[in-house]
Design a protein around this ligand. Sequence first.
Ligand SMILES: NC(=O)c1ccc[n+]([C@@H]2O[C@H](COP(=O)([O-])OP(=O)(O)OC[C@H]3O[C@@H](n4cnc5c(N)ncnc54)[C@H](O)[C@@H]3O)[C@@H](O)[C@H]2O)c1
Ligand SMILES: [Zn+2]
Ligand SMILES: [Zn+2]
Length: 377
Amino acid sequence: MKAVVFKAPYELSVENVADPKIEGPLDAVIRITTANICGSDLHPYEGRANLDAGMVLGHENMGIVEEVGPGVDRISVGDRVSVPFNLACGTCRNCNNGYTSACLRANPSGQPGAGYGYPMMGPYWGGQAELLRVPWADFNLLKLPEGKENESDFTMLSDIFPTGYHGAEMAMVAPGKSVAVFGAGPVGLMAAHSAFIKGASQVFIVDKEPDRLALAEEIGATPINFADMDPTEAIMEGTDGFGADCGIEAVGYQAHDHTGEEHPEMVLDNLVKVVRATGHIGVVGVYVPEDPGATNELAKEGRVAFNYGEVFTKGISLMGGQCPVKKYNRELRDLIIRGKSKPSWIVSHEVSLDEAVDAYAKFDKREDGYTKVLLHP
Ligand SMILES: NC(=O)c1ccc[n+]([C@@H]2O[C@H](COP(=O)([O-])OP(=O)(O)OC[C@H]3O[C@@H](n4cnc5c(N)ncnc54)[C@H](O)[C@@H]3O)[C@@H](O)[C@H]2O)c1
Ligand SMILES: [Zn+2]
Ligand SMILES: [Zn+2]
C-alpha cells in the first residue's frame, strides 16, 4: 500500500510499504477514506520528539472496515468507522475507568497510553496510508452512518473535536461561563466551539495568525491577536476586570512570542493571569518530559517554570493530559448527525496522499492559510 513514511526530521516520503494484516483475533483492517494532519504530527516532523525512521504517520483516521479477525463481532466488514487516536485494550483498570488515553496494556514500552504513528505511543503504524490495522477493534472503533455524507465533519472525531471538548470539560465550562482559549490552531478552534456547545457566554481566543483568528470569529469567539496587543490586558478588560472563569491551553510546549522565540511557560503564565481566583484551567496542548530542542536548560528536562505560586494563591484548578477520545466521540458524532455541529468549518485543504509531503511543509510554516489538512488516499 501507499503510505506517508517518516525518514528524518523535515524528511517524509510517500512510498509503498507492506499491507497491514490481521495479526490477532480482535484486529480489524480499515481502508482509509480520510486521514488528517495534526499539530502533534509536527513534533516528530520538526525533530522535537524522536520517531523511528520507517514509521507510517497519522493518528486521525477514518474509513471503511476491510477485514476483521475471528474474535470481532460488533464491527463488520463494510462498516464506516472513526478510529480514536488512543489505542486501548478495553479491559485494563484505566480503560474500565474511562481513561483509554492511559491504557495499561496497549503500549509495549510499559508507558500508559498508546496511539498510531506517534513517538513513544507504541509500534503501531499510522493511517496516513491506504490501510490501517486497528487492534481491539470492537472496543476502539466508533460506527458512523453509512455513505459519504459529513466525511469532513466525522473526520474530526478521531482527535481534535473530542480533544477540544476535553479542554472545555477540564476547564469546567458550563452555561454562562467566560472562557479564554490560548491557541487558535485546530485544537483551540475545537475548544472554542466546544465551549459554546457547553453554553459559555463569552469565548476569547488568542493567537497571532489572522486567518485562524478569523475562523474563530465565524463561530462568535472574540479574537485577540497577541502580535498587536497584550492578550492578558485584553481579556481582563473584556471581562470587566474579573478575569475568565475558565482557561484552555491549546498551544503546547512550543509556545512562542510574536517574534517566534519560544517560551514554554508563556501561555501557562498568561492563563494564570487571566483566570479568576477559584477558576479552572484545562491543558490539552502537549508538554513533554524531555525536549532536547528546548530553548532553556530546565525545559530540556520537561521542567516548565510557570507561576505555580499564583495558581495556588488564586486556588485555581489545573488539569491536563491526552484526551480519552471514547469518552466523548459518540455524543459529538450525534451532534454532527443531527446538524448541531459542523466541525469541518476549519478545513483549509483536502489533498491526495501523493501531495502529503508538500502539505506537511506548508502546514508546518502555517503558509497559505494551512489550518487543517485532510488527506484522501
Ligand atoms: N491532549 C491531547 O489529547 C491532544 C490531541 C491533539 C493535539 N494536542 C496538542 O494540542 C496543541 C495544539 O494542536 P494544533 O493541532 O491546534 O496545533 P497548531 O500547532 O496548529 O496550533 C497551535 C497554535 O498556537 C499558536 N500559538 C503559539 N504560541 C502562542 C502563544 N504564546 N499564545 C497564543 N497562541 C500561540 C500558534 O500560532 C498556532 O496557531 C499541540 O500541542 C498538540 O500536540 C493534544
Ligand atoms: Zn491529532
Ligand atoms: Zn486498557
